[in-house]
Design a protein around this ligand. Sequence first.
Ligand code: SF4
Length: 287
Amino acid sequence: MKIELDPNSGFCFGVTNAIKMAEDILGDNETLFCLGDIVHNNVEVNRLKDLGLISINHEEYAKLHDTSVLIRAHGEPPSTYEIAKKQNIQLIDATCPVVLRLQDKIERLGKQIFSNGGQVVIYGKHGHAEVVGLIGQTGGKAIVVMDENDLKKVDFNQPIHLFSQTTRKIKDYQEIAAVIRNKMKNPEYLSIHNSICPSVSGREPELKEFAKNHDIIIFVSGEKSSNGKMLFKVCKEANSNAYFVSKPDDINATWFTNMNSVGISGATSTPWWLMEQVAETIKNIKL
Ligand code: SF4
């Protein structure tokens, strides 16, 4: 069996930067807190845990004083920075520059939009850390829409500025934008902002080709990763013989019967070394 690792997969620059910042600090200190898992990949989270990185939730964060906390690439709402100021917490801010730019844009435009009776609508997953950070830029006023059911909260007679969480699928974003446009009394009142990250959207066409070029695709990702789910969907549409795994143990030998070429790909939060381990596991399968 020929096995190929997708050369376009592996960590995006935002995740690479956050992990490097954590590793640099852990080299000098024994432990460091991280607000939320540094990356949606349990295997990588466990590797960094062994180096001393401790994931904490927002409740635990609110009780901290006089310490250092890493902010992961997804970013945080302003309330997190306010707590840090009050409680002498030094933030090591690894918010991805792409997310930071989007936060700034929503914060800046939001003020004008709300003063003109408009609405900020974010197409994204409820409760996702990046989305929570984006809502925070609007003082909680942004409306989160994940599917058509959520559109009940939107007033189609008023101007709408639509943004997407950075890791959504372009086609899904276009579809929800088209539904919103059709419902609007005046479609000119709809502004669609292109806020999907190029590290994710740029991968779609190449990933489709990669998926088509192999008999079977093994997609490696943490289950909580939004871009992992999205990129796996792209694989599955291009090749129905695509399987989602989080670790080498998830591999099922029966998938490979009569298969000549295997493609291994992953999310922007999947470490390259984990894909190599998956490849090694497949190599050792006795058919
Ligand atoms: S997917 Fe894009 S926005 Fe998200 S961390 Fe990576 S580079 Fe940044």
